[in-house]
Design a protein around this ligand. Structure first.
Ligand code: SF4
Length: 441
């Protein structure tokens, strides 16, 4: 029996890939153990922001003592971080004995077995950005028994000028719908009640098929899987958003009316520089359509401040956009240059202090908007899946509304995995607090 530890940094797609790797290793008879006892430690990390990269660099440095004493652990760095800077890690640390890009996930379990039998090192970089070596294992060994992610497409062809994803995750490729449905059925048969479909841009799903099968068809087919209670998805790109997706949500009790529609900037000038391929007028028309057909929708967004060339006027446009669209939540970030992307070498880079100031201003504005929206929900009742213990607070559990708002409430662990009715009793800007009413199923 080989003891392994899996350390995951980054987005939900990394969680999904890690769950598949964990499942494949467990099915080979390996066992997940505490990191200090592990013969093999696998890092699956994100390269989109430099924060995860820094974290992994500092974690890797900690193995020196154990390596000198025991020649262990065998460390593998996988995912987009490996594709981006894995070779640097390999040359700096002798205990890093494997690197594998995100499109080599299927080769990882076999390569780890080979390494245990040898003293060598293995490099599995994604040199062909269209090839994909998948791992045909559902993410059965997950940390959460009731919720699972399912990736529906790999890579991205959009080349937004700030983003490293097309360089580290390769070209866009939709997964076969039949394969996705089999995976969802297996997960539901094992007790999963909520599925989140993942892609860098889910709206592009099927654009590389020739038979007209698109994201809205997939949504309807997955929602029809017997026993599935909730279906969510992320992320949507405004340039590919089509009305049939809204119709699919409106016509289903299973597909949740929660949409993440990253705006990134409120200035058309900056959107052009970002290569986002939509402008404010197009974005406004999409939001109007969504709000008309889904009056209860939870609409969230992403926004970058301090993109190269962003003037005070452009920044004010972003603030006006937040006031106008009144998103439920916005993931904000100060622009951070990623080497290899077009924006990293653009002139007129905004200074760090100014980026920080702009970030504080948007966060303050958006917190106020989110808080006011959440206040208006006091007294409302929701049916939610109790999906875990709240990260802070003894005896507190949590779930999400169909509109994707976190609800925290005092409850008994017996409720985990059940649907309950809660009444909203208190609001914060990022979550709601509730009172248990009754158990539904
Ligand atoms: S759509 Fe743009 S931001 Fe999103 S992953 Fe693709 S390139 Fe990156």
């Amino acid at each position: 029996m080989v003891g392994f530890a899996l350390k995951v940094y980054g987005c939900q797609m990394n969680v999904y890939d890690s769950d598949k790797i964990r499942t494949a290793l467990v099915r080979k008879g390996w066992k997940e153990v505490p990191e200090e006892d592990a013969r093999v430690v696998i890092f699956n990390g994100c390269s989109i922001r430099d924060k995860a990269e820094h974290k992994v660099w500092s974690e890797l440095g900690r193995y020196s003592g154990r390596w000198k004493k025991e020649g262990l652990p065998l460390v593998a760095v996988v995912g987009c971080i490996a594709q981006n800077i894995g070779t640097d890690m390999l040359s700096r640390f002798p205990w890093v004995r494997m690197i594998a890009g995100p499109r080599h996930i299927g080769a990882i379990p076999g390569a780890l077995e080979d390494l245990l039998e040898s003293k060598g090192r293995i490099l599995l970089l994604d040199d062909d950005d269209r090839a994909f070596y998948d791992l045909p294992t559902p993410p059965a060994e997950r940390l959460n028994p009731w919720k699972a992610y399912v990736t529906i497409a790999h890579g991205c062809d959009n080349y937004c000028t700030y983003c490293i994803v097309p360089f580290v995750r390769g070209r866009f490729m939709s997964r076969d719908p039949g394969e996705i449905l089999v995976e969802v059925e297996e997960l539901v048969n094992e007790g999963v009640r909520e599925i989140t479909l993942l892609g860098q841009n889910v709206n592009s799903y099927g654009t590389d098929f020739t038979d007209g099968y698109r994201f809205s068809h997939l949504l309807k087919d997955v929602a029809a899987v017997r026993g599935l209670d909730l279906l969510r998805f992320a992320t949507s790109h405004p340039k590919d958003f089509t009305p049939d997706v809204v119709d699919a949500i409106a016509g289903s009790d299973v597909i949740c009316p929660g949409i993440n529609l990253p705006i990134q900037s409120g200035s058309d000038r900056i959107l052009r520089k970002m290569n986002r391929k939509y402008d404010l007028a197009i974005y406004t028309a999409i939001v109007e359509l969504i709000r008309e057909k889904l009056p209860e929708v939870g609409l969230t967004s992403d926004l970058i401040v301090g993109f190269p060339g962003e003037t005070e006027e452009d920044f004010q446009d972003s603030l006006r956009a937040l006031e106008k669209f009144r998103f439920d939540l916005v993931h904000t970030a100060a622009y951070s240059p990623r080497s290899g992307t077009a924006a990293a070498t653009m002139g007129e880079q905004v200074g760090e202090e100014e980026k920080k100031r702009r970030l504080n201003v948007v966060n303050e504005l958006q917190s106020r908007i989110s808080y006011n929206i959440n206040l208006s929900l006091l007294g409302r009742e929701y049916s939610i899946l109790v999906d875990g213990e709240a990260p802070k607070g003894e005896g507190l559990l949590q779930g999400r509304t169909p509109t994707d708002k976190v609800v925290i409430f005092p409850g008994d662990k017996e409720m985990l995995g059940r649907f309950i009715r809660v009444s909203i009793s208190e609001a914060e800007h990022w979550c709601l607090h509730g009172r248990y009413m009754d158990t539904l199923s």
